[in-house]
Structures are given as structure tokens and as C-alpha cells.
Design a protein around this ligand. Structure first.
Ligand SMILES: [Fe+2]
Length: 405
């Protein structure tokens, strides 16, 4: 049964057919989207029912804000498609009265993270599991956790295979930083590898190393890792030891070869020999380690940590570009710059000059996007000569912009 552009109830949740279909009602377009493509905080356009008994109460009501948690749970129930609302213009519509936090609309079409919420959640869950088993001495449990992570990795590699650029927006999080950081490093490393023209098998190997690059930190005292004050020399050495500790720990899994383990232990080496643990120089450092080094530094700099605020992507970009040839491999830095979306469409930024928060609408210039201010209804092209004095102070987490924090 089809009425006013809607598809009947069972079809609304059962999947099949095109990955995306569009229907219209009252000037608002309804997208039938694959659940992997739905952005958290989208608005549900039709009730969702379980697949076994369609006469029961809906699992989720029309008008609900679809959180990442809901997406994960619906996916677990084999619900593969949902209807979501958006305006014809492509701007997601927050249903009046259904979302008390909705103070603004969030661009939808182009703002998807490079990793779907479902895969992201699975990856974090699996990294958490590895963290737990790493505290014990069960080699089989470690091997199982690594195997599962490799399954998740396959989804990430496949998902990114055809993308022209990548963004790590929404992968960064203050909570459980170490897992989200790991995931960001995987995605950025894959992007760099793609930019260098590496094949899929090599990309998968690099992604495996990126996924495990900081596993040694699971075995580092958290009070040292998260200390707000400056580390003393002994604590600094404890943190630095994570590279070797991770190398040793990974011997418990036969999924990773000696080549993988070497890439993991050398991810803090620098081209000029000032890195650790060996002070290795130039191309003696494995390519995989040189790639992970750039990804690791970028994500660490742009993440908020207990001991400092996050730097803006522009500042991290300047830092990494300035150290190409010295700390970082020049070709790798170039691939990184070409492939990264520093200010993805849909991300919220804080502008200088008292202009407040703005949402990115288009980023033809990677560091000077066109934005819409949130407090007044006006658009600004940061490349426009009138706004060249305006800088981007930081990316603002959605929760903060929505007034939840
Ligand atoms: Fe590290």
C-alpha cells in the first residue's frame, strides 16, 4: 500500500530494493536509507516495527531522534532500512517539538562520517574487548579479540575503498579516547595509503597495524596517560615504552606477522632520527610506520585531552606541513593533505572575531569553508576578502553546540 508517497509499514523496515529511495509529503522529502548510511540525530519519518510481529507496538516512533545507540540496536534486529526526514534543500529537518535540543538544522547529505555509526560502534566495542583481555594472560582470548577486530577492519577498508576523501568527524570523542583515537588513526592511515596509490591488500595490512599501534597503552598506567600536569622524566619514559610493550604483546596473536609488529613498534620514529624507541632515520623506518605517524599526530593534536584543549585542524595541518622532511615523510604529508577533509560538511566550528558557532556548508577550500552562522541567519565564505581576518578556533562537539554540555 502506498499513500502520499509513503511505502507501506512492513516495507518501511524490511529492506530490499534500492539503497536509497525518496518520497515527498508536505514539502518535506523522506529518504528511505540503508541503516549504515544514516547519520545519528536524524529524525525518523515512520514508525519502525519488528520484523516478526508487525501488529505489536513500534520499536521506535515516528519523530524520534535516531541516536547511534538506536541505530546499533535496530541493526541487531536485522532492520536494514529506515525512513528519515529532510528538507528538499538537503538540510535535515528537526521535527518541531520532538527534539528539545534542536537549536539548528544539521546538513545531512554530504556530512556522513567515513565510518558508519554501526561500524564505529562495533569497532569501539571490539577495541574495548581487546583492552580487557590485554589485562590478563590468556593468549587465546587475545587472538580471538584480534580476529574479531580484523573482521571489523574489513568493513572499514571496504567502506573507504571508493571514497575520494575522508573525514574523521564524529570519530573523535573525549569519552573512551583511546578507542576513538585508534579508529581515527585507522581511517586517516587508509586515506594516506589510498593517496599513495597502495593496493587493497597493503591497505588492509596498514589498517591492521594502525588498529594495534597503541595497544601498548592498554598496559600503561592510566593515571600516567591521563595526568593533567606535565610528566616527569620517569613518567615520560613509561609512556614511551608503550611502543615496545605493544610489540611484545602482539606476539600473542599469530594474525600479525613480524612485519606488522615492526610497523607497530616504530610508529613514533621520525625521519630525522629524533623519534623513539630506536632513533631510526628516513626510509629505514617502514612505510607503514611513517604513515601511521602522521595519522597519529594529527588525531592526537585535534583531540581534547585531560591536560589540554584540542587544537583546530588548521593548526594541526600547519604543524604537520611545517615538519614535512624533518619529522614526517614529505610524500606522506602530501597524500594526507590531499585526502583529508579538515572541515567536513556538517561539522560545527567556532569562529574568531565574536562570530560564534557556525556550521560548515561547503569546503571547496579545505581550510576556509563556506559556513552558516548559528546565532544569526547569515552565510559566510571564509575565502571572501571581507572575512580573511576571521579564523577557525576549533571544531565544536555536537553535544556542546546543542547545549547539552
Ligand atoms: Fe603511540
Amino acid at each position: 500500500m502506498v499513500a502520499e508517497g509513503y511505502v507501506s509499514k512492513p516495507d518501511a523496515v524490511s529492506g530490499g530494493g534500492a539503497r536509497r529511495a525518496e518520497y515527498t509529503r508536505g514539502g518535506v522529502a523522506l529518504d528511505k536509507l540503508n541503516i549504515d548510511d544514516i547519520m545519528p540525530n536524524s529524525v525518523l519519518a515512520q514508525d519502525v516495527f519488528g520484523q516478526i510481529d508487525n501488529t505489536s507496538l513500534p520499536l521506535l516512533r515516528k519523530g524520534s531522534i535516531i541516536s547511534a545507540e538506536y541505530l546499533y540496536k535496530l541493526k541487531e534486529r536485522n532492520i536494514n532500512y529506515l525512513y528519515v526526514k529532510r528538507k528538499i534543500s538537503g538540510i535535515l529537518l528537526s521535527e518541531p517539538g520532538t527534539n528539545p535540543h534542536a537549536r539548528f538544522s544539521i546538513p545531512y547529505e554530504k556530512s556522513k562520517s567515513s565510518v558508519s555509526p554501526i561500524v564505529r560502534k562495533d569497532a569501539v566495542k571490539s577495541l574495548r574487548a581487546l583492552h580487557i583481555v590485554s589485562q590478563g594472560s590468556d593468549a587465546q582470548a587475545t587472538a580471538n579479540a584480534v580476529n574479531h577486530l580484523c573482521d571489523v577492519l574489513t568493513k572499514i577498508v571496504d567502506g573507504l575503498h571508493t571514497s575520494k576523501t575522508v573525514n574523521i568527524h564524529q570519530l573523535q570523542s573525549v569519552d573512551e579516547y583511546i578507542y576513538h583515537h585508534t579508529l581515527s588513526v585507522v581511517v586517516i592511515s587508509l586515506a594516506i595509503g589510498q593517496g599513495l596509490g597502495l593496493g587493497k591488500t597493503t591497505l588492509f595490512n596498514i589498517a591492521q597495524c594502525a588498529l594495534m599501534h597503541d595497544v601498548g597503552k592498554y598496559l600503561t598506567p592510566p593515571e600516567v596517560l591521563n595526568k593533567k600536569e606535565l610528566l616527569n622524566e620517569s613518567e615520560l619514559q613509561t609512556v614511551k615504552r608503550h611502543a615496545v610493550t605493544g610489540f611484545e604483546y602482539m606476539k600473542k596473536s599469530d594474525m600479525l606477522t613480524e612485519t606488522h609488529r615492526q610497523a607497530i613498534v616504530l610508529h613514533h620514529e621520525k625521519i630525522d632520527g629524533t623519534g623513539y624507541p630506536l632513533g631510526m632515520k628516513g626510509e629505514k623506518i617502514p612505510l607503514w610506520s611513517r604513515i601511521i605517524a602522521v595519522a597519529d599526530v594529527y588525531d592526537a593534536m585535534t583531540s581534547r585531552r585531560p591536560y589540554r584543549d584540542a587544537l583546530s585542524p588548521s593548526e594541526a595541518y600547519e604543524y604537520i606541513q611545517g615538519l614535512a622532511y624533518y619529522s614526517f615523510d614529505f610524500d606522506i604529508v602530501r597524500a594526507f593533505i590531499n585526502k583529508m577533509e579538515f572541515y567536513p560538511v556538517g561539522c560545527i566550528i567556532e569562529l574568531s572575531s565574536g562570530l560564534g558557532f557556525a556550521i560548515v556548508l561547503e569546503a571547496l577550500n579545505k581550510l576556509r569553508p563556506r559556513v552558516k552562522r548559528l546565532d544569526v541567519d547569515s552565510e559566510i565564505d571564509l575565502c571572501d576578502i571581507r572575512y580573511l581576518n576571521v579564523t577557525i578556533k576549533r571544531i565544536v562537539p555536537y553535544e556542546e553546540a546543542l547545549g547539552r554540555k
